[in-house]
Ligand binder design. Structure first.
Ligand code: PNS
Length: 172
């Protein structure tokens, strides 16, 4: 079976890649890119994490992702303020893709994966292990560096670096 006919036989594989993306980092982009190679369609979902107070509006976060992941043709970006499991079912997705950095991520992600499996048994959570150079990288690290006027060019895509810095830097 060639690639095209095997994809047709399986149906289109849709994955949801959820997160706060406040803001999107090079680590997130790497996961999106790799997910785009594994699935036919990837919906990047800017979602609500009740434990976090975001610095950027959902619209700003969507715009930053579109500006940096726009070259990935099978990726779309949406927002949703409900349960991830409901969104996944609504989109008929079969996978939830998350990046896993360190052991510290694991317990929380494991709990979420189990809850989502209970709520939406038809979808699997797929963890992509982060590249070693992104192990330490997180949106909160980016925000902290930017707020002190530090250089964030090694952490976020160049297209959105100035926007993030101008929004977060509180020092002259
Ligand atoms: O980037 P984050 O903050 O780790 O992403 C977490 C997020 C937004 C994916 C998670 O909090 C989430 O799925 N929020 C939507 C509400 C929901 O479904 N919560 C999970 C119940 S198990």
């Amino acid at each position: 079976m060639n690639n095209l006919s095997s994809t047709a036989a399986r149906g289109r594989r849709i994955a949801v890649c959820p997160g706060s993306f406040d803001p999107v980092t090079l680590g997130h982009l790497d996961i999106m890119q790799r997910a785009s190679q594994l699935f036919d369609r990837v919906i990047v979902l800017v979602s609500v994490n009740p434990k976090k107070s975001p610095s950027f509006t959902p619209e700003e976060r969507v715009e930053m992702i579109k500006r940096t992941a726009g070259h990935l043709k099978n990726i779309e970006v949406e927002t949703f303020d409900g349960l991830l499991a409901d969104f996944v079912r609504q989109k008929k997705a079969t996978a939830i893709v998350k990046g896993l950095r360190a052991v510290t991520d694991f317990e929380y992600e494991f709990q979420m994966a189990l809850a989502n499996k209970k709520l939406c048994p038809e979808a699997e959570t797929v963890f992509l292990v982060t590249r070693s150079e992104n192990m330490y990288l997180s949106s909160s690290v980016v925000k902290q560096i930017a707020s002190f006027g530090g250089d964030i060019s090694g952490f976020v895509p160049p297209q959105i670096k100035d926007f993030i810095a101008s929004r977060l830097c509180v020092r002259e």
